[in-house]
Ligand binder design. Structure first.
Ligand code: SF4
Length: 693
């Protein structure tokens, strides 16, 4: 270590990477973070993964950090240094000109799911009060919007039902579907592995072989895109064998008869054939899950990122409700959210159809409440979803876009389409830490601050509102002319004509609590005084928070056993594109790599793109492990290196999307789920070719 204990300060905060919400101490010496140590938080108990340990501070002090506002010179096309007044005046005046000329619907904004709740609240408030529409969204649209819409429909609330500790300790069986927590949520993965080593049964449902597969009692390697077929097959067996909880179904749910009729067609034989699995293993899995007393379903993007993602999520809640495994300890339906604060981004109303706390923009009484609180009339129409903004930009329906901290050129499906959309905009503003791939298309870039430079809160995947605390102040370095992101937004609001008074992060949380019933009891002061923080709903100053949801009653009253039906993926392999491509994340990097890519140690371990393919396919094509190959889809073509083995089945491939050299999203299919508009990242058809020989 490069410091002595008496030379440093410790600042307790929340990890900025995944939504496990691990508590950590940033070790600060001379206004610089020099180390990180795990703290005893409710979701991590001192544990940190490699991203938390090594990837949480190099990026804060990276020489690549943006240091001042930039405006693109229209003649040269170059970004040039500007003062804050020049940049903010230009942004406000251009947005208001576009609004005047083309109407309120011509502007849109995306909030940053890595930023604190308080920042996100102000972004959606700016869009609603200044742009005059509900065209505000966040990156949950491309990861867990299916969970939000699916679970809100069936249970009344689109969030994880039980805490992490509750579903990884003393449970009888874990049903893990489309989730690789050892890589995407490593501290959750560690706790699952430990539980299994202490006797918990584990059923994995995933096309790929995972690290946890070696500990699993059953691994159903279903074909990509067949989750609903699998779940309906499980329910067929549960009903046929009398494994369901009749009392729970009778007292707490509706829709059983219709669902029973539908799943009667999903015989184990038919399901086994479509999913490519052993029918006896399916039957064994149904018996194992249904007969276990404490058995959570844990799922992730393998369920949501499909053109049938919402129904896939509802199929998960159907299984849990049939077996009476909701509203109880050690059970529930538990989506592991991705980014550190993507749960919070949805909670804070960065959604085209919801104000903070999932209050509908179409509900006149709710709208009247926000109009009174914010002092302006509000637009009653649902806004444009983020994945539809790009098409709207190409059609010139949306002409001005403000993006705070998202990098859709890297993260969104069908990169060619995204770039075409960004180039079609009349005016594009980006608020960021770095010159990202998306920054190449921005007219103005506003430099913000990282999580280590501000106060606030992140809401982790288990609805726990955790404190984020300021550790360093880079503005002490005269080369930095950066501002707090909330100050930037407030300045913009005032310049666009909305009188927004300046507020601290704590004051913003007080405003959030005043308009959001599920956050009514939350304040920075109370979080600072509560060792395990608070899980929403927390409806008053004396309310203790809600670790387990739906106890005794679902948020929507009765739980809805939704009639889910299997539909095949939008694009499946054929003669021209004979392989199925899935995409995902690896342990060492976080989404766009904007943060982890600036930690040399992580880049040394995994620094470039690869594609996993099956040994038999590689042998047949004469492709060696590590060989550079070309991968093409109907949307684009990239070169990457082959990683040959048995992690994927024959005919299937898998790629991470973190790396700019051969990013998988040049290939992926932007076929959208009709309900929540999530793209089908998990299935598209590709062709693989040798480059030489
Ligand atoms: Fe951070 Fe997630 Fe790793 Fe915890 S598990 S240290 S929150 S990246």
């Amino acid at each position: 270590k490069q410091y002595r204990p008496w030379e440093v300060r410790r600042v307790r905060t929340t990890c900025p990477h995944c939504a496990t919400g691990c508590q950590m101490d940033l070790i600060v010496k001379d206004n610089r973070i020099v180390d990180v140590e795990g703290a005893d938080g409710p979701s991590n108990h001192g544990l940190l993964c490699v991203k938390g340990r090594s990837g949480s501070f190099d990026f804060v002090h990276s020489p690549d950090r943006l240091r001042y506002p930039l405006i693109r010179n229209r003649e040269t096309g170059q970004l040039e240094r500007a003062t804050w007044d020049e940049a903010l005046d230009l942004v406000a005046s251009r947005f208001m000109e576009i609004k005047k000329k083309y109407g309120t619907g011509s502007l849109a904004g995306f909030a940053c799911s890595r930023s604190p709740n308080e920042d996100i609240y102000m972004v959606q408030k700016m869009v609603r009060t200044c742009f005059g529409n509900n065209n505000v969204d966040n990156c949950a649209r491309v990861c867990h919007s299916a969970s939000v819409s699916g679970l809100a429909t069936t249970l009344g609330s689109g969030a994880m039902t039980n805490p992490i500790g509750d579903i990884t300790h003393d449970v009888d069986c874990i049903l893990l579907v489309g989730s690789n927590p050892e890589e995407a949520h490593p501290v959750v993965g560690m706790q699952i592995r430990e539980a299994v080593q202490h006797g918990t049964k584990l059923i994995i449902v995933d096309p790929r072989k995972l690290g946890l597969s070696q500990y699993a009692d059953i691994h159903l390697r279903i074909r990509p895109g067949t989750n609903i077929m699998f779940a309906n097959g499980m329910m067929h067996v549960m009903i046929r064998e009398g494994l369901v909880d009749q009392e729970f179904i009778r007292e707490r749910t509706e829709g059983f008869e219709e669902l029973k009729k539908i799943v009667s067609d999903y015989t184990p034989e038919k399901v086994a054939e479509v999913c490519g699995i052993d029918k006896d293993k399916l039957i064994e899995a149904a018996r194992m899950y249904a007969s276990a007393k404490k058995a959570p379903i844990i799922y992730c993007l393998g369920v949501t990122e499909h053109s049938s993602g919402t129904e896939g999520v509802m199929a998960m809640s159907n299984m849990a409700m049939l077996c009476g495994k909701l509203g109880k300890p050690g059970c529930g339906v538990n989506p592991l959210r991705g980014q550190n604060n993507v749960q919070g981004a949805c909670d804070m109303g960065a959604m085209p159809d919801k104000y903070p706390g999932y209050q509908s923009v179409m509900d006149a009484a709710v709208r009247a409440k926000f109009e009174k609180a914010w002092g302006v009339p509000l637009n009653p129409d649902t806004g444009v979803f983020a994945t539809d903004v790009f098409g709207a930009a190409i059609r010139k329906e949306i002409r001005g876009l403000y993006i705070y901290g998202e990098d859709p050129v890297v993260t969104d499906a069908d990169t060619t389409h995204i770039i075409k959309a960004l180039k079609s905009l009349d005016f594009f503003v980006l608020q960021e830490l770095f010159l990202t791939e998306t920054a190449q298309y921005a007219d103005v870039i506003l430099p913000g601050m990282s999580y280590a430079e501000k106060e606030g809160t992140f809401t982790n995947t288990e609805r726990r509102v955790c404190r984020v605390r300021k550790a360093v102040d880079l503005t002490k370095d005269p080369s930095f002319d950066i501002r707090l992101d909330t100050d930037i937004i407030i300045d913009l609001m005032n310049r666009m004509g909305y009188p927004q008074k300046k507020m601290t992060s704590a004051q913003i949380m007080d405003e959030i609590a005043s308009v959001t019933p599920s956050f009514a009891g939350i304040s920075h002061q109370r979080l600072d005084e509560t060792p395990d923080f608070l899980q929403w709903p927390c409806t008053g100053r004396d309310h203790p928070g809600t670790p387990i949801m739906h106890v005794g009653k679902f948020s929507r009253g009765l739980g809805w056993l939704y009639p889910t039906r299997y539909t095949p993926p939008a694009e499946t392999p054929d003669r021209d594109y004979p392989f199925c491509l899935m995409t995902g994340r690896i342990l060492y990097h976080y989404t766009t790599r904007a943060m982890t890519g600036r930690t040399p140690g992580l880049m040394e371990i995994e620094g470039s793109s690869f594609i996993e393919m099956n040994q038999k396919d590689a042998d047949r094509m004469g492709i060696a492990d590590g060989e550079k190959i070309r991968v093409s889809s109907r949307r684009g073509s990239i070169t990457t290196s082959a990683r040959v083995g048995t992690r994927v089945n024959e005919g299937e491939t898998w790629m991470p999307f973190h790396f700019p050299d051969g990013n998988a999203n040049w290939l992926t299919n932007a076929a959208l789920d009709p309900k929540c508009r999530i793209p089908e990242y998990k299935v598209c058809a590709v062709r693989i070719e040798k480059i030489s020989g």
